[in-house]
Design a protein around this ligand. Structure first.
Ligand code: UGA
Length: 432
């Protein structure tokens, strides 16, 4: 199949690389000329495990190429995927101007029948709007179908998720594009759900919101666990063994962040409101999430008595492990709150330090440290803010020696309490 993908962000680039790896011929289009030049030269603009090899192998084989020209992409492909950003608006709604712009561009270059697939996360009814836009701007001449094909990949595991999806959702308004969509996904051997476009779009909203709800549920449980001396990890382990519940996305901690859950939740609440439904359940999910961060800062403040002039080591800046993405990162929010309260920071992340500097400038308040084991030096407390597995290998003997006071607050319940305490630390996790 010949495919073009418009937008080379996390979703577009990984999708393009995986489709090429599966044997399709793929053109990735992006309006950012410097990004396209980097990709053409073999550079990778994001950190995503496994992605670089796929890009190298498939550009070398000629199955994957990059361009700034939408026209070139549209002319040379049977199926066009839209994977452009859909950022939040100040009122919680979604900015669809990139999607609309791409739809107009596609309308301007359609020559024969094409399938236009929306892969960006969008509000329900967007596929209908995209179809209307293409029809209008091609003055009714274009022959096309619009498909909604939401993406469920997680950053940091994007290649794995894309190559081994739990399911593929294909939302259509006619039978015509179904065979081609099945052919694209056949190499991935996943269950395929064919449905209408509105249901496909709602599957995405509903899935992300439900996962966020699971996390907030675990975080709410963590408060009850702390109050009773129970251990939230034991509680969710016991719950998760019930197949109806499942054990994933029940880790209590600093709360969820990233470019998806916070934005998608707000958008779903907003859309529901517009449809006349006050989705209070999801508002509470948001509330628990922001409260979790505030509680954590209060806990640290109460242990240290006063935060002003305290030096805090922070391990982790990315919004989760395996990524350099710091958008809406709870770790960055935590750092900002600590600085507001007068603390100074020594921070480290295995991948995200460069990107973090834009949000958390390097200055007399914040020192970026090149090695994890150099972070604790001179600190009054050490905080784990991102669930990078390598933080479990922290040299606790050296940390105890070099810290002013040996205190660890583990915002991701990553370390084993007995081991940390046996090294002479005061240790607090979340809900245990
Ligand atoms: C999320 C969904 O998991 C994907 O299925 C979806 O495709 C994607 O959004 C999207 O809409 O594009 P992502 O934002 O990459 O993926 O990251 P997640 O792995 O879902 O983690 C989100 C946040 O939740 C992170 O801050 C993570 O630390 C936090 N989290 C996750 C918890 O606090 N506890 C958990 O048990 C799991």
């Amino acid at each position: 199949m010949t495919i073009s993908i418009i937008g080379t962000g996390y979703v577009g680039l990984v999708t393009g690389a995986c489709f090429a790896e599966a044997g399709h011929t793929v053109i990735c289009v992006d309006c950012d000329a410097s990004k396209v030049a980097t990709l053409q030269k073999g550079g990778v603009p994001i950190y995503e495990p496994g992605l670089e090899e796929l890009l190298v192998r498939n550009t070398a084989s000629g199955r994957l190429r990059f361009t700034t020209s939408t026209e070139e992409g549209v002319a040379n492909s049977q199926v066009i995927f839209i994977a452009v950003p859909t950022p939040s608006l100040a009122d919680g709604g979604v900015d669809l101007s990139f999607i609309e712009g791409v739809a107009r561009e596609i309308a301007g270059c359609l020559t024969g029948y094409r399938i236009v697939v929306d892969k960006s996360t969008v509000p329900v009814k967007t596929a209908e709007k995209v179809a209307e836009t293409i029809k209008r701007y091609s003055k009714g001449k274009a022959d096309f179908d619009v498909v909604s094909n939401p993406e469920f990949l997680r950053e940091g595991f994007a290649v794995e998720d894309l190559q081994h999806p739990d399911r593929v959702v294909i939302g259509v308004s006619s039978e015509r594009p179904v065979a081609a969509m099945r052919e694209i996904y056949a190499p991935f051997q996943a269950p395929i759900i064919v449905t209408d476009t509105n249901s496909a779009e709602l599957i995405k909203h509903a899935s992300n919101s439900f996962l966020a709800l699971k996390i907030s549920y675990a975080n709410a449980l963590s408060i009850v666990c702390e109050a009773t001396g129970a251990n939230v990890q034991e509680v969710v382990r016991g719950m998760g063994m019930d197949e109806r519940i499942g054990n994933r996305f029940l880790n209590a901690g600093l709360g969820f962040g990233g470019s998806c859950f916070p934005k998608d939740l707000s958008a779903f609440i907003r859309i529901s409101e517009e449809l006349g439904y006050d989705f209070r359940l999801l508002k509470e999910v948001q509330h628990i999430n922001s409260d979790q961060m505030a509680r954590f800062v209060r806990k640290l403040a109460s242990i240290l008595w006063v935060l002003k002039y305290k030096r805090i080591g922070v391990l982790g800046l990315a919004f989760k492990q395996n990524t350099d993405d710091v958008r809406m990162s709870p770790a960055i929010e935590l750092c900002q709150r600590l600085i507001q309260q007068g603390a100074t920071l020594r921070v480290y992340d295995p991948q995200a330090m460069e990107k973090a500097k834009a949000l958390l400038p390097e200055n007399d308040k914040t020192t970026y440290v090149a090695h994890m084991d150099d972070v604790p030096a001179g600190c009054d407390a050490l905080v784990i803010a991102t669930e990078w597995p390598q933080f479990t290998k922290l040299d606790l003997v050296r940390a105890r020696e070099e810290m002013r006071t040996p205190i660890i607050l583990d915002g991701r319940n990553l370390l084993e309490r007995p081991s940390v305490e046996s090294h002479g630390f005061l240790y607090h996790g979340v809900g245990r």
